[in-house]
Ligand binder design. Sequence first.
Ligand code: ADP
Ligand code: DP6
Ligand code: CO
Length: 329
Amino acid sequence: MKPTTLPVKARAHTNIALVKYWGKKDEDLIIPQNSSLSLTLDQFYTDTAVQFRDELAADQITFNGRTLTGDAQRKISRFLNVVRDLAGITEFASVETTNHVPTAAGLASSASGFAALAGAASRAAGLQLAPRDLSRLARRGSGSATRSIFGGFAAWQMGHNDEDSYGYPIAENVNWDIAVVAVVLTTAAKKISSRQGMRAAVKTSPYYPAWVQTATQDFETVRKAINDKDFETLGHVSEENAMRMHALNLSADPSFTYFNADTLRAMAIITDLRAAGYPCYFTIDAGPNIKVLCQKLAVEKVVSSLQSAFGEDAVLVVHPGPGLTFITD
Ligand code: ADP
Ligand code: DP6
Ligand code: CO
């Protein structure tokens, strides 16, 4: 392959997992213990530009305007090595990436980040990958990025190896009544990354085998609920699935949690609203921030209740978003 002479820019959106990925079978290739399913979101995304250049003596990575060094730099360089191997090139790259989402706060920056990087780096290396192969490539950076290649509802088939572990779209155009209210309680970076957290859960939670079993059932149930446009089932099972994932962390040795006091308050608000007849369910990824799955008739009430508790700026209404796109200017 021949690298492009101009930078290639790509945009990918984050996704919120409804049936979560929480544990790897293969840490190097990032093969998960269960299939997972998510909704790509329109408001949170990453823009990344990549160019492989002869004159560089090392990869040069600018992350939100700052040059990366150390482990953070090495993580992206390792990913670029995968791209270089695939394309049969040796040039180093300049990478410029900007997150329009808080980084490492449980809002899935690794999903949008590595999906955008997979797109921009592969094209910049001269490769033209099909969506499935882009998803397989994105997986090498972060598991959740497999699903951010696609818009709307997307799944990640766990598979067994590099070839058969990839994301695919379930319904890219979400033409039914579903919105997500995101509550950003804090933008601080988590102390335990998703990678470390899930490793601890697999190794030490006595409930881990039950997780794999129930998550596998949840995947089928939620997939069917999406097909049937059955909001109640989708919401109920997603909330259960999230709570079980967080129960793995509480039951790990040493025990840990991504929840903070506001997370618990927000959960109680949603449980109460539901008891009062509003169709809404929460889910939480690896961080304290909460997302609420709602039907239209509940959005206003959910937003106002959460705003009175956490302030106006903390609450955002987001919608299903698109898959990976290339930006030309
Ligand atoms: P999050 O909840 O934000 O996904 P994770 O612990 O899963 O948190 O991942 C955070 C890590 O994802 C960062 O430390 C970094 O390694 C990677 N990441 C985030 N944004 C980007 C980006 N734009 N490009 C490349 N890697 C990124
Ligand atoms: C709770 O994809 O961030 O958001 O593959 O180690 O980078 P790595 O982990 P990551 O884990 C995501 C965990 C989750 C659930 C999910 O998105 O499925
Ligand atoms: Co992540």
